[in-house]
Design a protein around this ligand. Structure first.
Ligand code: BGC
Length: 514
């Protein structure tokens, strides 16, 4: 690795040159299909758990409850095993992303992405061949490991190959794929439940398609320049940088990655260093964003949209159709985010999202309260009202908390703690997704419409957090975050000088404090 030389820092506009090259786009589009696997899973769970053939085979007691006309609408799906089916995947993912983080650091982002697709594919095979609940859950666990690996490696990969001025948009390709996956799953559910005896096998089996796309496609993508340089392959890193930027003039960016990687190599135990004081701000923000993302209540709608719509009186097919409509809104919302994020910035999108989600969640609660009776379906107007407010909620989420909870943690950590810090964020996401998947149906049964007010309360709290504590990271190169964001933030700067970094590291960071 090169010597300890801090180069002068010329004007940023001329410093980082680069076009949006065809190869960059190909790499980003292929890697982002990792989001398809995650999204397809999110969408398929709610669908299969409302299919009679599936319930009859694996959850006969829920099937009986469902058919029992006198059962309270809000409670007919409240079953722990059924919730375990949905949430086991997230438990597996939350553990596996720590292994994925170690793998990303030691063997690179690309191999981690490839391995994710293999785990996922084996999980699909187990699911399709499942004869009993054990095999079904075993399959879900393998899918979860695949999701953990992909969610760890893909957003990091995207952020690291992106030129800084379009990093947000490129990273949001991941969320875009999540929303495509959810939508496809909703459509598949709709047709599978309508016309197929073994609809659930078909629905679960199709999850193999995104895994195959990712596995085959991943042979075409590059390793990120950062990862190559970090592994001492500076010459390869330089070549890849030239190729994805479409210019030979990449010296300034190359130097910056080289310095970041030199600073990273001074850290002996990278995983432990995320627990030092100066990592506290990124760690808190990375994990809190995940908690908040899940406590918007998004998955109350995503996992259980068909179940929710059925609970308020739609027929089974009508509820799947409404879920398809919601999935479409979700997809369109993430395209909006992709186009806006590098122009209007992260904070504004998050704040607007909060306002929109707060109002629509409260409105859903109000409609349900106004319709008091638990065993009667909602009248037509109220049912339409719920679907419309749910769509409004989902669009607000789709251009704010959905993509940004993945983007922000992938860009705020310095290189030495990046993979470990991001693993904490991903596992927090999985943990809180698990919690919501596990408790939501019980909450709906016990709190009834109150559950929607509960989520609105959290949305208000997260809005305040963003306004006060979240720094803006738009248009700031990743390796300049410490100097230009954290050391300058009115609150977080007090955590930066904890004396745990050597003078040499401080100098490497401060090179960019203009
Ligand atoms: C979240 C998922 C959610 C999805 C909806 C993702 O960003 O992590 O939990 O279901 O967005 O589009």
């Amino acid at each position: 690795m090169g010597g300890f030389v801090i180069t002068g820092v010329p004007d940023r506009q001329t410093k980082f040159e680069g076009k949006i090259t065809f190869y960059l786009v190909i790499c980003a589009v292929i890697a982002a299909t990792g989001g398809l696997m995650f999204g397809y899973d999110i969408g398929i769970s709610g669908g299969v758990t409302s299919m009679d053939s599936f319930l009859l085979k694996f959850f006969p007691s829920v099937y009986y409850k469902k058919k029992h006309v006198k059962e309270d609408n809000y409670c007919k799906y409240d079953d722990h095993k059924l919730q375990l089916f949905t949430s086991s995947l997230y438990l597996a993912a939350l553990v596996s992303c720590f292994f994925a983080s170690a793998m990303c650091r030691r063997f690179g982002r690309k191999l981690t992405i490839q391995i994710s697709s293999v785990f996922f594919f084996i999980g699909v095979i187990l699911n399709v061949r499942a004869n009993d609940l054990h095999m079904l859950i075993a399959g879900r666990i393998l899918l979860g490991i695949g999701v953990g690996f992909a969610n760890q490696a893909v957003p990091l990969f995207l952020s690291e190959i992106a030129p800084f001025h379009i990093r947000g948009g490129l990273n949001i390709l991941f969320q875009l794929n999540i929303t495509i996956g959810i939508l496809v799953a909703n459509v598949v559910n709709y047709y599978a439940s309508k016309s197929l005896l073994y609809g659930w096998k078909f629905s679960l089996g199709l999850a193999g398609v995104p895994a195959l796309i990712l596995c085959i496609g991943s042979f075409l993508i590059t390793e990120t320049p950062t990862s190559l340089i970090q592994h001492g392959r500076s010459a390869d890193g330089l070549e890849v940088l030239k190729k994805i930027r479409g210019t030979h003039n990449v010296e300034a960016e190359f130097q910056e990655i080289l310095q970041a990687s030199e600073a990273a190599s001074l850290v002996e135990r990278p995983f432990m260093s995320i627990f030092r004081r100066s990592s506290f701000p990124q760690l808190v923000i990375g994990s809190l964003l995940q908690f908040f993302q899940q406590f918007t209540g998004i998955n109350a709608i995503m996992f259980y949209a068909p179940v929710l719509f059925e609970a308020i009186g739609f027929k089974s097919h009508a509820s799947l159709l409404s879920a398809v409509a919601i999935g479409t809104v979700n997809l369109i919302g993430s395209v909006v985010s992709l186009l806006a994020v590098d122009k209007v910035g992260r904070k504004l999108l998050l704040l607007e999202g909060c306002l929109q989600m707060f109002l629509s969640m409260a409105a859903i609660g109000a409609v349900l309260v106004a319709n008091g009776q638990q065993n009667q379906p909602l009248d037509n107007d109220s049912a339409m009202g719920v679907v419309m407010f749910a769509a409004l909620f989902v669009s607000g989420f789709a251009w704010s908390w959905g993509p940004l909870a993945w983007l922000i943690p992938s860009e705020i950590f310095p290189l030495e703690t990046r993979t470990a810090g991001y693993a904490v964020a991903v596992s927090s996401n999985m943990l809180f997704t698990f919690v919501i998947a596990q408790i939501y149906l019980s909450m709906l049964c016990r709190m009834r419409a109150g559950v929607f007010f509960f989520f609105s309360m959290w949305i208000a709290i997260m809005g305040i957090f963003v306004a006060v504590f979240l720094p803006e990271t738009k248009n700031i190169p990743m390796d300049e975050m410490v100097a230009r964001v954290w050391k300058k933030h009115w609150y977080w700067k007090r955590y930066m000088d904890d004396g745990t970094r050597s003078l040499k590291m401080e100098a490497l960071y401060d090179a960019y404090s203009y």
